[in-house]
Design a protein around this ligand. Structure first.
Ligand SMILES: [Ca+2]
Ligand SMILES: [Ca+2]
Ligand SMILES: [Ca+2]
Length: 118
């Protein structure tokens, strides 16, 4: 839970598909008690956990998803409006620290040089 679109209210990310692949969802708060849903990314995967952090240091919350094998663990970058794209591995280096615990560490190599783990 966090403000994904920068409008001051709390939004949600649903990590889905623990055993069977499912698409993760983004639920943006419309400020009137409603939620507008969209897919986090284009691919269904086995997501155990997700965390929000500003991994690229641009001021908005990005999403880290820890997916079970054989699915890739992914970092989704926010465009500031609650819309996400998978981080390019040429600019975000993902280090899978353990496939058994379904965790990941993202080391951002750009400005700020942030490291996030879930
Ligand atoms: Ca919001
Ligand atoms: Ca998923
Ligand atoms: Ca960010």
């Amino acid at each position: 839970m966090g403000d994904l679109d920068g409008d001051g209210d709390l939004d949600l990310v649903l990590a889905k598909g623990r055993h069977d692949p499912l698409r993760d969802r983004v639920l943006l708060n419309d400020g009137k008690g409603g939620l507008v849903a969209s897919d986090l990314g284009p691919t269904a995967d086995r997501t155990y956990t997700a965390a929000l952090a500003d991994v690229d240091g641009d001021g908005d919350l990005d999403v880290l998803t820890s997916n079970d094998t054989p699915d890739k663990k992914l970092v989704y970058l926010n465009n500031g409006k609650g819309q996400f794209t998978v981080a390019d591995p040429r600019t975000a280096s993902l280090l899978e620290i353990s496939t058994e615990t379904r965790s990941l560490t993202s080391r951002w190599q750009g400005p700020g040089r942030r490291t996030c783990s879930i």
